[in-house]
Ligand binder design. Structure first.
Ligand code: GDP
Ligand code: IMO
Ligand code: MG
Length: 424
């Protein structure tokens, strides 16, 4: 049984928590796109872990974790993250963490190019995580990238690194930035390569053999559907396919090997970085930030907040093929007297059921809301659907109807144990 877990909004939906909850029944957890721009929070046994590149399955003993070919790996960040996890008592070995030999490598220079490009955009900047994600995926499609397979032979690695550092420095200078120190860049990457080498392998047969022998794979999506480079709020997106299709191209597991697709959404919406956000609401943002919620796991930036956007979720459920939604952060709405859901967009005299392609049109859309009564009760201690307040059950049912996809589970707190099944 292979299951995809995909963010359905603009990232930070609580995928880490949902993956962690589902890992108990899985054998392998795979990351198939994105890179250290991701920040997945898991709270287990009273400890908080924030994962960027390492699949969340690493927190469960005996599970295999794979970073697939579609991920862009920053070797120094990965080595740091492995050290951070080991310090928290997590066991990481070449037996439980494999890196695809076809995954592309983020160099320190890619981060600098990312920052320089953002600066050059001025008021129109994307608000990237400055992790070098866009420039590395650009290298991949320009067919000039360095891949993990290049790490295997140190002499070969030194040659390809020196060449790429030289051309990347020319690019930095063109962007009006000082060149990076070639020696230091080379040293840092060569050192990290030494640590990562035992983990690098051809992960495609590993995953396909596992599927054939009845093992269960869980795909840990990163970012969210509206940050997908094809379907999202382009150009305010990331540079990978964050949607269901990206799991296949980013892992080598074919579409015929996928059994179930779960979308993760918050009970409301958040977004970090620039770009349209039709249901954004300043009062809701003040309220959530006042509770100490909704600050970014990777950058610490306060997240933009708004009501649930049914247009985004309906679109997302359609092109991802969600079988069900895992809703998180329901408890965030516990004190709201009334709760809004955006059911459609108004654009001039048109009513839209799905978002427009043109960003200038998306920015002009205004929300059409349905207003539901709040439940004004603490849900964090609820341990079953039956214990949820009636208004809360009604919200979940109506939410599923508006987006055209049922809610399968709901989160009422950040802890591993605070997830309830929803009958549907
Ligand atoms: P991810 O990137 O999708 O894994 O999400 P993040 O970890 O960036 O952000 C989700 C935040 O919501 C984290 O702080 C989680 O601990 C928290 N979280 C997840 N589910 C719940 C929930 O049901 N209730 C509450 N209160 N917090 C949650
Ligand atoms: P997780 O996996 C939220 C956003 C950035 C920016 C845009 C492009 O934790 O949900 P990039 O650095 O990827 O070039 O930035 O995408 N972004 C995320 N927002 N959660 C994430 O990951 C994100 N990864 C990238 O804020 O708007
Ligand atoms: Mg996150």
């Amino acid at each position: 049984m292979n299951t995809l877990v995909i963010g359905s909004q603009w990232g930070d939906e609580g995928k880490g928590k949902v993956i962690d909850f589902l890992t108990e029944d899985a054998d392998i957890v795979v990351r198939s796109q994105g890179g250290s721009n991701a920040g997945h929070t898991v709270i287990a046994h009273g400890k908080k872990y924030v994962l960027h590149l390492v699949p969340s399955g690493i927190l469960w003993p005996g599970k295999l974790n794979v970073i697939g070919n579609g991920v862009v790996i920053n070797p120094t960040s990965l080595v740091e993250e492995m050290a951070y996890l080991r310090n928290l008592g997590v066991d990481i070995t070449p037996q439980n963490l494999l890196l695809s030999d076809r995954a592309h490598v983020v160099l320190p220079i890619h981060k600098e190019i990312d920052a320089a490009q953002e600066e050059a955009l001025g008021d129109h900047k994307i608000g990237t995580t400055k992790q070098g994600i866009g420039p590395t995926y650009a290298d991949k499609v320009r067919r000039i990238g360095i891949r993990m397979a290049d790490f295997i032979d140190p002499a070969h690695l030194e040659i390809v690194l020196k060449a790429r550092i030289a051309t990347a420095n020319e690019e930095l200078v063109r962007l009006g930035h000082p060149a990076a120190d070639p020696q230091e860049t080379l040293r840092a990457v060569m050192e990290a390569a030494g640590e990562l080498r035992p983990h690098i392998t051809d992960t495609i047969p590993v995953l396909n053999r596992a599927t054939k022998t009845g093992k269960s794979i869980l795909f840990e999506g990163a970012q969210g559907a509206m940050l997908d480079v094809d379907f999202g709020t382009y150009p305010y997106v990331t540079s990978s396919n964050t949607s269901a299709g990206g799991c296949c191209t980013g892992s080598g597991v074919p579409p015929t090997g996928i059994d179930k697709i779960i979308g993760v959404c918050k009970a409301y919406t958040t977004r970090v970085g620039a770009g349209p956000f039709v249901s954004e609401d300043a009062d809701l943002a003040d309220y959530l930030h006042g509770l100490g919620r909704e600050f970014g796991a990777t950058t610490g930036r306060p997240r933009r907040c708004g009501w649930a956007d049914g247009v985004v979720l309906r679109f997302s459920a359609m092109f991802n093929g969600f079988d069900e939604m895992a809703m998180t952060n329901l408890d965030g709405l516990d004190a709201c007297e009334e709760i809004k859901i955006c059911t459609a967009y108004k654009l001039g005299d048109r009513t839209l059921e799905f978002p427009p392609a043109l960003i200038s049109e998306w920015e002009k859309c205004t929300p059409i809301y349905e207003i539901l009564p709040g439940w004004m009760q603490d849900t964090t201690k609820c341990t079953s659907w039956k214990q949820l307040p009636t208004n809360c059950q009604a919200y979940l049912k109506r939410f599923g109807e508006i987006i055209g996809c049922p809610i399968g589970s709901v989160g009422v707190g950040p802890d591993r144990s605070q997830t309830l099944s929803v009958p549907h």
